[in-house]
Design a protein around this ligand. Structure first.
Ligand code: FAD
Ligand code: SF4
Length: 521
């Protein structure tokens, strides 16, 4: 009998008789690429087990588009494997992964292999099952990443920076290297990557895909099971198969990569992707591999189709930041979950849940999250996280929000970015300074301020840009952190010596009025 909302699977994949198999592998929703599994999987063709877990889906009220993407791409992948001649068990359980695995193991007599889950809690659950079932359950290392955490974990401490790791990764992969020397003589071309977008500068559109019957069935299920979850499933247009994701990769390489670098930090009303790749979603569940993206980008540079600062910038984000973030997670979990360097206790401002605000930059950064479960790095870092920190919000509240709201959010990559990079909650292990700014930075990099009800040139008072006084209030109150991190303590000096007593008083008053009327929760 077919299961509700799983008819496309049940009509194509017949439930296997488990006692017939002596080896099975359990493939998690973010391990969807057999090329990233050990070679023996393709050769020996064990039974492949996939699982949809109700409790996993309910951990946070995931954005509906994220839930649709995760489940639809897993269903498509399972069907492709079945088409290639694999025996497939597509299991669904109301419980969590460990409950589901135990249900299977009660009927299965062979050996079950799982790959170390990238997320901590799933790993703990599967290891518990392995403990209960002894030799019958085997764990193999996660091979979806380029760097081995065991080699690097010890280095993660204040003072060690991503840039050192990145250079080693360049040497290891050979990307953009001439022997021992970096291509062009420099390791990092970020200085060329800070332009704002000129007016009327054309930005290519990203291809979208019409949902097929499988995706439509998942959309119906998500709407039925999780009606109150974040965002909407309407106008779902993400790729859900590797072939579709490869099309998006090729489109990025040919149409946007060349200008990725210069406009990497730019912000533009009505366009949330600009020249960014929007490929994290596909890399994070295995549809695309970091290696193939970097190789295609480097090839484009070698052929003269993309400039060096763009290609180096992309390679750094992938073999540098992405891998480093994962090693940080391995080194810092689980204690980092409680990190709160500034001791903030406030709930998240309500606008993060409603999208309603008069601040243009916040409105423009929240809208794509509601619509598409995506916004680009600078919106995440310099607007959404910046505002959360300046309003003295508990960073763990912000962390849960990012995990809920973004299609590319998995704890291993999202948590370090929020608690390490963007809120400085870890006290300076990942970043050397808190990423906070006044309205000046936002005005320089965007066209938001022109159409905002607040004035970016006003420093205090009802009409002034809130980022302005909130920023100076933050510098004043968190002076110990700024002074400690050396690089930025001139901001404290500026507050102390360049602001008059009257200005300081106005900054404090404006902050107090703004924060006391800010709706939270
Ligand atoms: C507060 C905050 C939360 C974030 N949460 C997530 C998250 O949940 N999932 C996620 O994948 N990334 C996260 N990032 C990192 C980064 O913002 C996204 O990877 C990027 O915006 C994804 O869009 P893109 O594919 O268009 O990236 P591009 O700008 O095109 O960059 C190319 C690729 O580089 C990688 N990358 C770049 N920066 C980072 C980084 N800091 N950490 C890890 N990978 C990076 C991504 O895989 C990305 O696809 C977060 C950053 C911040 C500041
Ligand atoms: S004026 Fe301030 S609040 Fe308005 S868009 Fe600019 S930075 Fe944002």
């Amino acid at each position: 009998m077919s299961r509700p909302f799983l008819q496309n699977i049940d009509q194509t994949i017949k439930k296997p008789y488990l006692k017939n198999f002596d080896h099975a592998i359990f493939i998690l929703h973010d391990q969807l690429n057999l090329d990233s599994w050990p070679d023996w999987v393709k050769k020996e063709k064990p039974l492949l087990i996939f699982m949809e877990s109700g409790d996993k889906g309910r951990e946070v009220p995931h954005h509906k588009k994220k839930a649709v993407y995760v489940l639809s791409s897993m269903r498509h992948f399972a069907l492709e494997c079945a088409e290639k001649g694999f025996d497939v068990l597509y299991h669904s359980t109301a419980g969590h992964f460990d409950d589901g695995l135990k249900e299977i193991l009660s009927q299965f007599e062979g050996q079950l292999t799982f790959m170390t889950p990238s997320e901590w809690d799933s790993r703990e659950r599967l290891r518990k099952v392995a403990g209960e079932f002894g030799d019958k359950v085997e764990e193999i290392p996660n091979s979806f990443f380029l760097a081995d955490p065991e080699e690097w974990k010890e280095k993660i401490e204040p003072g060690y920076r991503m840039e050192y790791f990145y250079r080693e990764m360049r040497r290891k992969t050979g990307y953009l290297m001439n022997g021992d020397e970096p291509e062009g003589g420099e390791w990092n071309y970020d200085e060329q990557n800070r332009e704002s977008l000129p007016k009327n500068h054309p930005v290519p559109e990203i291809k979208r895909f019409e949902p097929d019957e499988i995706t439509k069935e998942v959309i119906a299920m998500v709407n039925d099971y999780f009606p109150d979850s974040f965002g909407s499933s309407e106008n779902f247009g993400y790729a859900v198969t590797r072939d579709q994701a490869l099309e998006l990769l090729d489109q990025f390489i040919s149409e946007r990569l060349d200008q990725f670098g210069p406009y990497e930090d730019a912000l533009k009303t009505g366009n949330n992707t600009l020249f960014h790749s929007q490929l994290s979603i596909y890399m994070n569940n295995g549809l695309l591999t970091p290696t193939e993206i970097c190789e295609k980008a480097v090839e484009s540079y070698r052929k003269g189709n993309a400039r060096l600062n763009s290609v180096e910038g992309l390679v750094r984000q992938i073999i540098g930041w992405r891998e480093y973030i994962r090693i940080y997670y391995e080194a810092m979990m689980p204690d980092v979950r409680n990190a709160n360097h500034f001791g903030f206790t406030e709930k998240l401002p309500k606008m993060y849940w409603t999208g309603e605000t008069k601040m243009k930059c916040m409105e423009q950064s929240l809208k794509p999250v509601f619509d598409e479960a995506y916004s680009h790095h600078i919106q995440r870092l310099m607007i959404l996280s910046n505002f959360s920190n300046l309003t003295e919000t508990d960073p763990r509240e912000l962390e849960r929000w990012f995990l809920t709201a973004y299609a590319d959010a998995y704890e291993w990559v999202e948590l370090p970015n929020v608690l390490g990079m963007s809120t400085f909650a870890d006290g300076g292990v990942l970043a050397s300074k808190p990423y906070v700014s006044s309205g000046n930075y936002i005005n320089k990099m965007s066209d938001y301020c022109k159409n905002c009800e607040y004035s970016v040139t006003k420093k205090t008072g009802e009409k002034a840009c809130p980022f302005n006084y909130l920023y100076w209030n933050f510098v004043d109150k968190q002076r110990e952190t700024f002074n400690d991190s050396g690089r930025v303590n001139f901001m404290v000096n500026m507050f102390d010596n360049k602001k008059s007593d009257e200005q300081k008083k106005e900054i404090r008053e404006s902050t107090e009025i703004f924060l006391s009327s800010l709706e939270r929760g």
